[in-house]
Design a protein around this ligand. Structure first.
Ligand code: ADP
Ligand code: MG
Length: 286
């Protein structure tokens, strides 16, 4: 049977919006010494906004991009759908849509295959990228193309959750090692990371889902590690971590399933509180 101290800790945590799938996860959390975080939708709001459009015919470009992103649950896709509805545009019909985690998305319009995503997606399609001034900035750039031809790009910006910076400081004050792990490019990762008080070596960019797993494994070699994420691209890292923590409000179903803990509020400060609670409980039952 589960000790009373654990049961009461589990319900106290639940009142703060931290839902443990069982007592074992709470006991493991007490031993965690490192917290790794996904960026988009985890440390940031995931309510991204399209801030610039770089294309000859902006409306036609947006309609095509919107068609590709129509069904994706990625925060970038939501930003693009909002941009369409704000401009009163209807998405073009795109079929055979396939997501490529941490790279982008592919599909078929009336002419043939099209794609959208980051430079890695462009490289996969053999598409050389023109130079855009936006590339020197710290916003996420999403390219749209047909085969090796680039049709345009949008810049998308996201901002940290209000509770992220204080939450990271609280974890650091508890002696936790911290890491930011993102599939986004380095200038964006550095801007967000720096805003949140992280330093260079704590910031990891341009990661594929398997790169996040490898980094979690490296951290886990030293001490128990928690990974906090929201996306389909985080599922493997959530499963690999000693404690996987999924964002419960806007997180993907896959992430929630792979995790040991769901953060039902977006209050990142609950993480340090849950860690403290887990440690107090561990001292009681030992
Ligand atoms: P994070 O690790 O910060 O959550 P992701 O791994 O989900 O970020 O995404 C990394 C990058 O992959 C994005 O910045 C974007 O360039 C590209 N990408 C992922 N999904 C999509 C999508 N649906 N449409 C366009 N680009 C995408
Ligand atoms: Mg994410």
């Amino acid at each position: 049977s589960v000790p009373a101290a654990i049961l009461s800790a589990l319900s106290a945590a639940a009142r703060g919006g931290v839902l443990f799938k069982g007592g074992a996860a709470l006991e493991t959390l007490a031993e965690v010494r490192a917290f790794a975080f996904d960026k988009t939708g985890t440390l940031t709001t995931g309510k991204a906004e399209v801030t610039g459009i770089h294309a000859e015919d902006e409306a036609a470009f947006l309609r095509k991009l919107g068609g590709l992103e129509a069904q994706s649950e990625h925060p970038i896709a939501e930003a693009i759908r909002r941009a369409l509805s704000e401009q009163g545009l209807a998405a073009e019909s795109v079929t055979e849509v396939q997501a490529h985690p941490s790279e982008g998305i592919t599909g078929r319009d009336s002419v043939g295959m099209i794609w959208a995503g980051n430079p890695r997606m462009a490289a996969r399609m053999g598409a050389p990228l023109p130079h855009l001034a936006a590339q020197d900035g710290a916003e996420t750039l999403i390219w749209l193309g047909r085969g090796a031809q680039v049709l345009g790009a949008v810049t998308v910006a996201d901002r940290p959750r209000e509770s992220s910076r204080a939450a990271l400081a609280a974890l650091k004050a508890r002696g936790m090692a911290l890491a930011l792990m993102t599939g986004d490019r380095r200038p964006v990762a550095e801007r967000i990371g720096t805003e949140l008080g992280l330093s260079g070596p704590e910031i990891h960019a341009d990661l594929l889902p398997e790169d996040k797993v490898a980094l979690v494994a490296t951290l886990a070699g030293k001490a128990k590690v928690a990974f906090v994420g929201d996306g389909v691209n985080d599922a493997a890292a959530l499963a690999r971590a000693d404690v996987g923590i999924a964002m419960g409000v806007a997180g993907s179903e896959v992430a929630l399933q792979a995790a040991d803990v769901a953060l039902l509020s977006n209050e990142m400060g609950q993480l340090a509180k849950a860690h403290a609670l887990a440690q107090r409980t561990a001292r009681i039952i030992r």
